[in-house]
Design a protein around this ligand. Structure first.
Ligand code: BG6
Length: 476
C-alpha cells in the first residue's frame, strides 16, 4: 500500500536565483554577495576573512556569474519541469535585479520584467511559483556601505523591495517565504545577515541585533503581503536539523536540547509564535546581549506571524557536551559529532530519512501550522554513460526514503503542504561553489573548471520523479 498524500500536494523542485540564473550583470542587475564568492570549497571562509573587500578578483573563477544560464534558458527548463508534472517551483528573486544597490527609491523595470516572464511561463503549465524573497544574495552595497542587517536602515530598504514585488506580482504569486534558512546566520552570518564576524569582535551583540532587524522586516513583509495580496501564504524558512543526544547521559540530553532550541527553534519561535522565547531571554542575559528594540517592534512581530513553515532538511545532528577536537571534526557541516548509525554523502552530510519524520513531528507538535519541505536532496557526483544516460539510482533511493518519511508523518497527523526537492536541475553549490555537487533530475553539462555546453539532459531520477508526482506519491 502506498502513502496517501493530500489532494493538491505541492510536488516540485527548488532553486535560488544566485545559483542558477547567471546573467549577473545583465538587465541592470547590481552585485550581490554570491557574485563576489569564488568557486571552491573554501569560498565561505574566504568571504568571512578580515579585510575581504567584496570585489571581483579577475584572477579567480566565479561560477555564480554564469550559473546554469537560467536567465536565458528559463523556457526550456520550465518545459522540463512541466514534463515531470511539477505542481510547484520554488525559486528566489534576486534583490539586486529589482534594486541593484539596495537603497534606491525606485525599482529596476528590467529586473521586474524578467520575473514577469518567468512567472508567466510557469503559469502556462499550471505550475505554482513559490518565491523566496531573499536567498543568500544580499546587495553588496548594503553589505559594504551599511554593514548588512545590523543596520536598522536595511529594514526600510527591504520593505521597499517587498512592496515593489508584492505589488508587481500580486496576480501571479501566492506562496512566499521571507529569508532563506534564516537561522543559518548563527553559523555563517555573512550569507544571511550580510556581515562577517571578525575574530576580535564580540559576535553575540551584532548577530542578535541583526536578527531583531530581520524579524521586524519579516513581520512587516507578512503584514504587507496579506494587505496587498489577499489570500497569500507567507512563510518563514529555516534549516531544520533534529538534534539527538549522543547517549542517554542527562548532561548530553540537556546539551542537545539547548543546541536544538538555539539553532532550530529560536527563529521559528519568533516568526511563528510572534515572541522571543524564554530560553533566548536567558541566553541574552548570560551573554550580555542588549537588543535595541524600538517602540512598536514587539507588537509588530506579534502581528506579523507567518502562515506556514518552510524548511530545509538535509541531515540530523548528534550532540555531546564535552567533545574532543577530533570528534568535532567528524560531525556534520552544522556541528555535533559523528552518528555511528548513519552513513554520509560524499560531502560528509549524514543521511537520515527517519530524521525528516522526526523533524516534521517536532515542528508540528510545537507550532501547529502547515509545514512545507522546501529543500531536501542528495548532492552527488554523477556519471554520464557513453549512450548519454545517467543512472542515478543512489539519488532515487535517497529521495524515496525521504518521501516515505513524509508519508509516515502525514499518517502521524502532520499537516504537510508540499515537497520541493533541492536543485531539481543541477546548479552551483552554495557551500562549495562546485557544479560537480549535483542534486538534479536534470543534468546540466557544466563543470567545476567552467567548461561545458550547458546542455540539459534527463537523468533516470527524472522519470522516477515524474511517476511519483503522477501517482501523488503512491508509486515510489
Ligand atoms: C541550503 C541552501 O543550505 O542547501 C541552498 O538553501 C543550498 O542554497 C543547499 O544550495 C545545498 O547546499 P550545497 O552547499 O550543497 O549547495
Amino acid at each position: 500500500m502506498g502513502y496517501k498524500f493530500p489532494k493538491g500536494f505541492l510536488w516540485g523542485g527548488a532553486t535560488a536565483a544566485n545559483q542558477m540564473e547567471g546573467g549577473f550583470h545583465e538587465g541592470n542587475k547590481g552585485l550581490n554577495i554570491a557574485d563576489v564568492l569564488p568557486g571552491g570549497k573554501q569560498r565561505l571562509s574566504i568571504l568571512a576573512e578580515p579585510g575581504f573587500n567584496f570585489e571581483i578578483d579577475p584572477n579567480k573563477y566565479y561560477p555564480n556569474h554564469e550559473g546554469i544560464d537560467f536567465y536565458h534558458r528559463y523556457k526550456e527548463d520550465i518545459a522540463l519541469f512541466a514534463e515531470m508534472g511539477f505542481k510547484a517551483f520554488r525559486m528566489s528573486i534576486a534583490w539586486t535585479r529589482i534594486f541593484p544597490r539596495g537603497d534606491e527609491l525606485e525599482p529596476n523595470e528590467e529586473g521586474l520584467a524578467f520575473y514577469d516572464r518567468v512567472f508567466d511561463e510557469l503559469h502556462k503549465y499550471g505550475i505554482e511559483p513559490v518565491v523566496t524573497i531573499s536567498h543568500y544574495e544580499m546587495p553588496v552595497t548594503l553589505v559594504k556601505e551599511y554593514g548588512g542587517w545590523r543596520n536598522r536602515e536595511v529594514v526600510t530598504f527591504f520593505e521597499r523591495y517587498v512592496t515593489a514585488i508584492f505589488n508587481r506580482y500580486k496576480n501571479k504569486v501566492k506562496y512566499w517565504m521571507t529569508f532563506n534558512e534564516i537561522n543559518s546566520g548563527l553559523m555563517m552570518p555573512i550569507m544571511g545577515l550580510g556581515f562577517a564576524i571578525q575574530k576580535e569582535e564580540d559576535k553575540y551583540q551584532p548577530t542578535y541585533q541583526a536578527y531583531h532587524h530581520q524579524f521586524v522586516a519579516s513581520a512587516k513583509a507578512v503584514k504587507l503581503g496579506h494587505e496587498i495580496i489577499p489570500g497569500s501564504q507567507i512563510g518563514c524558512m529555516i534549516i531544520f536539523a533534529p538534534t539527538y543526544s549522543f547517549d542517554c547521559n542527562p548532561e548530553n540530553v540537556m546539551y542537545a536540547l539547548d543546541q536544538e532550541r538555539l539553532f532550530n527553534f529560536f527563529c521559528g519561535d519568533v516568526q511563528v509564535r510572534g515572541e522571543y522565547p524564554a530560553f533566548i531571554k536567558r541566553y541574552f542575559k548570560e551573554h550580555n546581549i542588549n537588543l535595541e528594540i524600538q517602540p512598536g517592534d514587539l507588537e509588530l512581530i506579534k502581528e506579523g506571524t507567518v502562515d506556514y513553515i518552510g524548511f530545509s532538511y538535509y541531515m540530523s545532528r548528534t550532540e555531546k557536551k564535552n567533545k574532543t577536537q577530533e570528534e568535532i571534526g567528524q560531525g556534520n557541516m552544522i556541528g555535533g559529532v559523528k552518528n555511528p548509525f548513519l552513513k554520509a554523502s560524499d560531502w560528509g552530510w549524514e543521511i537520515d530519512p527517519e530524521g525528516l519524520r522526526i523533524s516534521l513531528n517536532k515542528l508540528y507538535d510545537r507550532y501547529r501550522v502547515p509545514l512545507f519541505v522546501v529543500e531536501n536532496g542528495l548532492g552527488a557526483y554523477d556519471k554520464v554513460e557513453e549512450d548519454g544516460s545517467i543512472n542515478d539510482d543512489y539519488r532515487i533511493d535517497y529521495l524515496r526514503e525521504h518521501i516515505k518519511a513524509m508519508g509516515e508523518s502525514i499518517e502521524d497527523g502532520v499537516d504537510l503542504m508540499g515537497y520541493t526537492s533541492w536543485g531539481c536541475i543541477d546548479l552551483v553549490s552554495a557551500s562549495s561553489g562546485e557544479y560537480s555537487k549535483r542534486y538534479g533530475f536534470i543534468y546540466v553539462d557544466k563543470h567545476d573548471d567552467g567548461s561545458g555546453t550547458l546542455e540539459r539532459s534527463r537523468k533516470k531520477s527524472f522519470f522516477w520523479y515524474k511517476d511519483v508526482i503522477a501517482s501523488n506519491g503512491e508509486n515510489l
